[in-house]
Ligand binder design. Structure first.
Ligand SMILES: *Cc1c(COP(=O)(O)O)cnc(C)c1O
Length: 429
């Protein structure tokens, strides 16, 4: 036992842990983080890193936020967990009330789970069983090419196909992938959708930004028109706001860029301010009502051990309170403004293509002029370069993006911009 304590944390980690999205053979040792505060994470040697990616897009108000910590601690001392079948508790009721208050009015019921992928699984099940409960079997689902909805099987099935999903492809259910709407292809898309409308259980999409695909952005106007068409065809719509929710796009939810509203919405990531894992699927009365019956077979048979965990609910309540504060809303506006100034400048850089922004999300392509393998190589190089400069950035291929916590100051964000410019200059051909 003694020898074990003498190993470094990195060595002990390597001996026992398998990291996500990581080729363990070639990966560098994981960096031990011992403390988080505001936008910074601190490693075991006292080096600090500015968390430009909000720790995989989850952190809203900074790390170890004292108010969220206090609320979770109070909850921990009162009720840490209770079975959510047959029982309920104040934090879950309050959170559902507060969330529905800030969602479009057609969202009426809240179903809890553990993460973004499970929020999507629940949404898909709701749509498929919605039809089933009415004696219909709808076999097809629409999704966008390049979509990302999570890593569980249902979520993988509705995600764009890549080498991530390759080993499982033969086991994924049938999904019809369509292009994201543009002014040019909109009419074609409608025809494509119209032809299959009767067989379609639902249409699932990431509104306005396809995050994991590389922060690909598309117009609200065109999406709105596509959604309106789906409405006329009575196709259920699932809006996956797992990433875009809670202020990322500059509005509370991406849905507020759209006039047509979805039937179902999915949330996670920023839901608890990035403190605790939690997923939520909300739906309309119409969907909910299709499961009400004296026939037990019409029940939604889905649940997780930690459904509506009180600690996660407490974190979400505290985070949403912080989010709605004037100060936070001003920060979101300021980041949005600051990004738009930076975009103007960075667009002129010879290494930069397709600079784009929506709210607090900023992205651009690093011009490589070369094939795909080089993309991955450059991503890794950039990652390491930023890391050395004390910034956590994780380029998606050759896409460099910023998704900062809202507490980032003017100076801190400027520090990030300056470093990006220096790194780009350094990589000039
Ligand atoms: C991250 C993400 C998911 C999956 O969430 P997990 O909590 O990682 O399972 C689903 N949809 C979108 C749009 C996401 O960005």
């Amino acid at each position: 036992m003694n020898t074990i304590t003498q190993l470094s944390l990195q060595e002990r980690d390597k001996a026992v842990n398998w990291h996500p999205y990581t080729q363990m053979k070639t990966a560098a040792d994981a960096i031990p983080i011992i403390k988080g505060e505001g936008v910074y994470l601190y490693d075991h040697e006292g080096k600090k890193y500015l968390d430009v990616v909000s720790s995989w897009w989850v952190t809203l108000h900074g790390h170890s936020h004292p108010y969220i910590a206090q609320r979770v601690f109070e909850q921990l001392n009162t009720l840490e967990q209770v079975i959510f079948a047959g029982f309920t508790h104040e934090p879950a009721v309050q959170l559902s009330e507060n969330l529905l208050n800030i969602l479009p009015h057609n969202q009426n019921k809240v179903f809890y789970s553990d993460n973004g992928s499970t929020a999507v699984e629940v949404a898909l099940k709701m749509c498929i069983q919605y039809a089933h409960n009415q004696g219909k079997e709808k076999t097809k689902i629409f999704a966008f090419k390049n979509a990302y909805h999570g890593d569980t099987f249902g979520a993988m099935a509705v995600s764009g196909k890549s080498f991530w999903t390759k080993p499982f492809e033969s086991r994924l259910f049938e999904v019809v992938f369509i292009d994201t709407p543009t002014a040019e292809n909109l009419e074609d898309l409608k025809i494509q959708i119209g032809q299959l409308a009767d067989e379609v259980a639902c249409f699932i999409f990431e509104p306005l930004v396809q995050g994991a695909a590389g922060m690909l952005m598309y117009s609200a106007e065109n999406l709105d028109e596509l959604m309106q068409y789906c409405r006329t065809q009575e196709i259920l719509m699932i809006q996956d706001e797992v990433f875009t929710g809670f202020g990322r796009t500059g509005k509370l939810f991406a849905t507020y860029y759209l006039t047509e509203k979805p039937d179902i919405m999915c949330f996670s990531k920023g839901l608890t301010g990035g403190t605790m894992p939690m997923g939520i699927t909300t739906c309309t009365h119409e969907i909910y009502n299709a499961f009400l019956s004296d026939d037990r077979h019409k029940t939604l048979f889905h649940g997780h051990s930690f459904t509506a965990n009180p600690l996660a609910c407490a974190a979400a309540l505290a985070s949403m309170e912080l989010l709605l504060k004037e100060e936070t809303q001003m920060n979101i506006k300021r980041i949005t403004q600051q990004h738009s100034e930076f975009i103007k400048m960075i667009s002129l850089h010879p290494q930069v293509e397709n600079a784009r922004q929506i709210g607090t999300i900023l992205a651009f392509d690093f011009k490589t002029g070369n094939g795909t393998s080089y993309f991955n190589e450059i991503g890794k190089k950039l990652y390491n370069e930023f890391l050395q400069r004390g910034m956590i950035m994780r380029p998606l291929g050759n896409v460099i993006y910023l998704v900062p916590p809202y507490c980032i100051t003017y100076e801190e964000l400027d520090f990030v911009y300056q470093n990006i410019i220096e790194v780009l200059d350094q990589f000039k051909d």
